[in-house]
Design a binder for this molecule. Structure first.
Ligand code: PHE
Length: 450
């Protein structure tokens, strides 16, 4: 009989793909990818990013789902069981700990930015009912950042909505809504790309994104691209392992993994193609846009296009939903740990973790105002948390996941989980997990240190 998870199973391949892309597609694609491309010189960053997705991201995505499906339990319990089963060192369980800590750190700033999407949805909602227009987006954004308690308030609302789903377990309703809302987000992005084409600057935007200027390649940029690949695919912190645990046996891991990676990458590239024509058309420097890029550029277009208010509301509203479906997967690992290992009730556990994330998030909130002078390693506090969690912890977690799958798990287990993969692809994948992906991650991490 097939081994199943005590938490239930995905009803179909589509259900799994929707949940996994729901986690993958979020602020990472639409807020972070464009601003990192802007800060790191465009084309060269995008090229390195795509290489990281193909050579490191997809193979590790497959590894993570595979461990999850073989173990069928929450990450730490699975890792404990698998180290026992294989006789591997207990040290591998640290993969689960890295995931829990990285999830908490990421959610701390993710929720602050999620709060920005709520604030902007609110501004456009008010505008739809006759409220003031956003005519000077840079000033509007600057004004928000200058008010710590307004930021902290939206941050609290976003966190409360996340706890609402994780703590009350109302995932079902959200899952159903997402079936319509994610395609709606895709359509809004496509409409913005079309609008960008009417400005006549789509070509310039495409060459900014796709013509690599190799003089821009450096250690810091490669680390940003690698970190972003892990962040965008929700990799390296056991999220995909959790989702893999509920995946029925007869569904192909490589195929579904490839679909998730492709969808995630396509949305990021579309976001770039939607944003940069507008940036260029309105005379903004495409370089060095920083975390405010989409908030300071897109409202310029929404103010002049026909139906701009509706687009503004749809864009920020749907971006909030995309962020929401990702944030629940960030809160889940630490909550599951408290529930399973410490016997805390689910509601209470998720509330405790969220409260902790909210407090840590204040460092991000204050990094824009009262603590803006605090700099460490040449970064402000938000940048520092992004560095530690996204650029170091996720790749490190991914590296360990790849090594564990490649070296510790038995070949029979791998073959059973990847049944249907051709022998040549299997060998290529296995050596990527064993050597190539870990080596690439290590090179990028060490390059920055040395
Ligand atoms: N992938 C999500 C995004 O791009 C963020 C995320 C990272 C979610 C890690 C879960 C785990 O927005």
């Amino acid at each position: 009989m097939e081994k199943t998870s005590i938490h239930g199973m995905w009803s179909s391949r589509t259900a799994f793909i929707l949940a996994a892309t729901g986690s993958a597609v979020g602020l990472g694609n639409i807020w972070r990818f464009p601003y990192l491309a802007s800060d790191n010189g465009g084309g060269a960053f995008v090229l390195v990013y795509l290489m990281c997705i193909a050579l490191v991201g997809l193979p590790i995505l497959i590894a993570e789902i595979l461990i999850g499906r073989h173990g069928r339990r929450s990450p730490i319990t699975t890792l404990v069981a698998l180290t026992r089963e294989t006789g591997a060192a207990k040290g591998w369980i640290s993969i689960g700990w890295i995931g829990i800590v990285a999830g908490i750190l990421i959610l701390s700033f993710y929720s602050v930015v999620g709060g920005w999407t709520l604030h902007y949805s609110w501004l456009y909602l008010k505008q739809a009912f006759g409220g003031a227009h956003i005519t000077d987006p840079a000033a509007t954004f600057g004004d928000l950042l200058a008010h710590p308690w307004e930021l902290a308030g939206w941050h609290a609302v976003f966190m409360a909505l996340t706890v609402g789903v994780v703590g009350l377990g109302v995932e079902k309703g959200l899952e159903r809504a997402v079936r319509f809302l994610m395609p709606a987000l895709l359509l809004t992005l496509l409409a913005l790309v079309a609008y960008g084409a009417t400005t006549g600057h789509l070509g310039k935007a495409a060459s900014f994104l796709f013509q690599p200027d190799f003089s821009k390649v450096n250690a810091g940029m490669m680390m940003a691209a690698m970190g972003q690949a892990f962040f965008s695919l929700s990799l390296g912190m056991c999220t995909m392992m959790t989702y893999g645990a509920y995946l029925p046996k007869d569904i192909s891991i490589p195929k579904t993994g490839a679909i998730v990676a492709l969808a995630d990458t396509a949305i990021a590239l579309l976001a770039g193609l939607a944003i940069f024509p507008i940036v260029i058309a309105f005379g903004i420097d495409p370089h060095g846009g920083g975390p405010g890029l989409i908030f300071t550029s897109l409202p310029l277009a929404f103010d002049v296009m026909t139906g701009g208010v509706v687009y503004g509301l749809m864009f920020f509203g749907l971006l909030f939903v995309a962020a929401w479906t990702s944030s629940i997967s960030l809160l889940e690992p630490a909550t599951a740990f408290l529930v399973e290992r410490r016997g805390v009730a689910r509601k209470r556990g998720s509330l405790m973790v969220a409260a902790l994330c909210w407090v840590i998030g204040l460092a991000t909130v204050f990094s824009f105002n009262i603590w803006s002078h605090v700099r460490l390693l040449d970064r402000d506090l938000m940048g520092l948390i992004e560095l530690v969690a996204n650029d170091i912890m996720l790749p490190l977690g991914g590296l360990l996941i790849a090594l564990f799958t490649g070296w510790a798990l038995k070949e029979t287990v791998l073959r059973e989980q990847l049944a249907g993969m051709s022998p040549a692809v299997f060998t290529a994948w296995r050596w990527t997990a064993r050597v190539i992906a870990p080596l690439l991650v290590l090179m990028v991490l060490l390059n920055v240190v040395l």
